[in-house]
Unconditional design. Structure first.
Length: 410
């Protein structure tokens, strides 16, 4: 009963100074709410990165040409045409850990349908690209062998292109012009959403590789069987690193690169790229979480300050309690419980604000925040710990007061 009485006395004491109690708990409220919101945002970021890895494929790597150098000017990655379709074929045939390869060329083009037009990215591909990217058709079909080898003017479009050029109508069988060349649409891809750099993966049109070279992108310094990049899909995630090493060795041999010379190509492991992004995001989240936790410490200091004021204000009350038989332990418990109650009230309000803020972000932003119940429990426990830690000194000070001196206090 003593604990319950102390708890009720603490509530009555806080209620008698409502405004001061509210202002004292603001630091705890802000700290707890910030912790919950930051954990929710961190969980959303992790989920987004995992979704991106699933969309790209954890066992996918991309081989790109190297950088060009000329007259003291260093070009960007991929500016030197060093990869060929024959390289892709050699990788698939000679490396046992490779499931398939997908060479491609890429560029931008203007698509026109009736009185509508849309600028988009054009990919010249083979059918292996769909398997490499695990990209299925929503409607229509992929290219047949004759279309791939004969430079046929057929196209497969993404959802973004379909919605902009063919609103409220079926694109299959429709005619479009890509850089003034007429094409027939034979398929629409399933929606992929945003990629690793926030790029709309559905804003795309795919045509046969031979068609892209000969009719659409041929004027873009594509000679022979050069390609812009090669997607390489390993047999499973366990052999990705080994596959990357074997591909590098094979291309160095095919391109006759000396032992001391730099590669004329680059290999990008999609899973490693996303993992690096996840790691950097995790560090940033930890930093923001640490900053949010400072509010809890500041709130604890506020509680200690107000409890010290309370001890001073209630000195005569403390002396009277001791005069009628209260022990130093009773006095210490009273003030410590009052500090804990104050901190817990702030924790409960902070949890409510944090969960509400996370749900509000779901409604008004593109972030799909995920509230982790463990973060609420942890924040609540931490707020209680703050009450105990910062309330101990004022409570201990109150318990050491001399009853006679306390009764004389004005």
């Amino acid at each position: 009963m003593k604990i319950m009485d102390a708890f009720l006395d603490a509530l009555r004491s806080l209620k008698s100074n409502t405004m001061r109690s509210v202002l004292t708990t603001l630091g705890i409220i802000i700290g707890v709410a910030a912790v919950i919101i930051m954990v929710s945002v961190s969980n959303a970021a992790k989920k987004q990165i995992n979704d991106m890895i699933d969309k790209l494929g954890a066992n996918i790597m991309m081989v790109r040409p190297g950088r060009s150098f000329g007259q003291g000017v260093r070009g960007s990655s991929g500016s030197k045409p060093t990869l060929a379709q024959a390289d892709a074929q050699a990788i698939q045939e000679e490396i046992y850990t490779v499931l398939l390869t997908a060479p491609l060329v890429r560029g931008t083009a203007q698509m026109i349908s009736g009185n509508l037009n849309w600028s988009t990215t054009v990919y010249g591909i083979t059918n292996d690209y769909f398997a490499a990217r695990e990209w299925d058709m929503e409607d229509g079909r992929i290219f047949d062998p004759g279309e791939l080898s004969g430079g046929t003017k057929v196209a497969i479009i993404g959802k973004t292109v379909a919605s902009n050029l063919f609103p409220q109508q079926d694109p299959i069988g429709q005619q479009v012009r890509i850089n003034r060349t007429p094409f027939k649409i034979i398929g629409v891809l399933q929606e992929k959403g945003q990629g690793g750099r926030g790029i709309d993966q559905d804003d795309i049109v795919m045509i046969p590789l031979s068609t892209a070279r000969g009719r659409v992108l041929g004027g873009r310094n594509l000679s022979g069987d050069n390609v812009d990049s090669i997607y390489v899909k390993a047999r499973n995630t366990e052999v990705v690193s080994l596959t990357e090493e074997l591909v590098s060795e094979l291309l160095r041999e095919r391109h006759r690169i000396g032992p001391n010379d730099k590669d004329d190509f680059e290999i990008r492991n999609m899973a490693e790229m996303m993992s690096a992004r996840a790691e950097s995001s995790e560090y940033m989240n930890l930093l923001l979480l640490a900053v949010a936790s400072i509010s809890l410490v500041v709130g604890g200091i506020g509680i200690m300050n107000i409890m010290l004021v309370s001890v001073t204000e209630r000195t005569r009350e403390i002396g009277l309690c001791m005069a009628v038989g209260a022990t130093a332990k009773d006095i210490m418990s009273q003030f410590l419980i009052e500090s804990i109650v104050l901190s817990l009230i702030g924790g409960v309000i902070g949890i409510t604000v944090g969960i509400g803020g996370s749900l509000a972000m779901n409604q008004f932003t593109a972030w799909e925040t995920i509230v982790d119940p463990r973060s609420a429990i942890l924040a609540f426990a931490f707020s209680a710990a703050v009450g105990i830690f910062f309330g101990f000194y004022p409570a201990h000070k109150a318990s050491l007061l001399d009853p006679i001196e306390a009764l004389r206090h004005e």
